[in-house]
Ligand binder design. Structure first.
Ligand SMILES: N[C@@H](CCC(=O)N[C@@H](CS)C(=O)NCC(=O)O)C(=O)O
Length: 325
């Protein structure tokens, strides 16, 4: 029955509150997005996003259990209820959004697929890779895009499809393929793990759009609202110049927009069944989107990525917060 199936997956918020822990599906290890540091702590943009949800719902960034999921495993883990949210360099595409019984929240990182080669093969353009063998991980959009791009450009290639992230990179380093393909941020992360990163080069062409977005199960609109609005808070805070360090100085602000965000004017928590200070806790605990970016991917990190299209809309980028009112 429709009413029953609609309710099948509802209640994630209540489940998380009762459990006292958010269970968050991440990757098996992509530096800058979700990986374990030398002290055994999870770190990265996707990890910080889970911590932000945990702050909003449970008031602490520590109440998260991270579950490593390969590209193949991720959707089943979400569908079956093994994880409450998937925050794992996952591209939003039509078929996943519909057929898989999942819903995507706002895009937290706009990426694009690229191809990486060893400099010594002296290739500078994708078209130089005609008839090459290309390593790609199974269960990814990378696999599908590669076929489209080569077809469109009348090029041939042989795919070497490998299931596991580590194995696919090993295969490339061992020379089992001429090139490796993935989202360009992920190639940058992989390169950092190579014995000689300076010998590898990411070709300039971006062969696809990869809007990386968190996902939840169909049928729990209230939970999707929370995941979505946690993200808008990160952007809204950046738009307003509010960050984890200066947030307390905004407590006396006369601006209605600031008062609503920080819960100084009452009532904005109840829309999401959270307390009025939920967004304040998120900002205080993990900061705004700029802090997310700088800490995990920016100039001061090993990744050294440019903000690019992930800048705020007011700076010519795509990041835009829905009005918090
Ligand atoms: N964004 C693409 C690719 C995501 C993806 O899974 N990429 C691989 C290759 S870098 C990966 O993250 N592997 C890590 C893992 O399997 O844990 C998608 O959603 O399909």
């Amino acid at each position: 029955m429709v009413a029953q199936s609609f309710n099948l997956h509802a209640g994630t918020l209540e489940k998380v509150k009762k459990r006292g822990t958010l269970i968050c599906g991440v990757s098996t290890g992509i530096f800058g997005f979700s990986s374990v540091d030398s002290k055994g702590n999870w770190q990265g943009l996707d990890v910080d996003f889970c911590r932000a949800i945990s702050l909003a719902v449970l008031g602490s960034k520590e109440k998260v259990k991270f579950v490593s999921l390969s590209a193949q495993q991720r959707f089943t883990a979400l569908q079956s209820g093994e994880v409450d949210v998937l925050s794992r360099n996952t591209t939003r595409i039509l078929s996943r959004d519909t057929d898989l019984g999942i819903n995507f929240g706002p895009t937290i990182f706009y990426d694009g697929q690229s191809i990486m080669v060893k400099k010594k093969i002296k290739v500078s353009k994708v078209k130089d890779l005609n008839s090459a063998t290309i390593c790609v991980q199974t269960g990814t959009t990378s696999e599908l895009n590669l076929t489209d791009y080569f077809l469109e450009n009348k090029l041939k290639f042989r795919p070497l499809v490998v299931e596991n992230n580590e194995e696919v990179f090993k295969a490339f380093l061992a020379g089992r393929c001429d090139a490796i393909t993935s989202d360009s941020s992920q190639l940058a992360a992989m390169r950092l793990g190579a014995p000689k990163p300076e010998e590898l080069m990411i070709l300039e062409e971006r062969i696809s759009k990869e809007p990386l977005s968190p996902a939840v199960r169909h049928g729990d609109d209230a939970w999707l609202d929370i995941v979505s609005w946690v993200f808008y808070v990160l952007i809204e805070a950046e738009e307003l110049g509010i960050n984890s360090k200066n947030v307390d100085s905004f407590k006396t602000s006369a601006r209605p927009r600031v008062q609503r965000l920080l819960g100084i004017s009452k009532g904005h928590g109840s829309y999401l069944k959270l307390d009025d200070k939920w967004a304040y806790k998120v900002i205080k605990g993990v900061g705004n989107y700029q802090e997310f970016f700088d800490r995990n991917l920016g100039e001061k990190t090993k990744m050294k990525l440019e903000r690019g299209v992930n800048r705020l809309w007011t700076d010519g980028g795509l990041m835009y917060a829905m009005p918090f009112r």
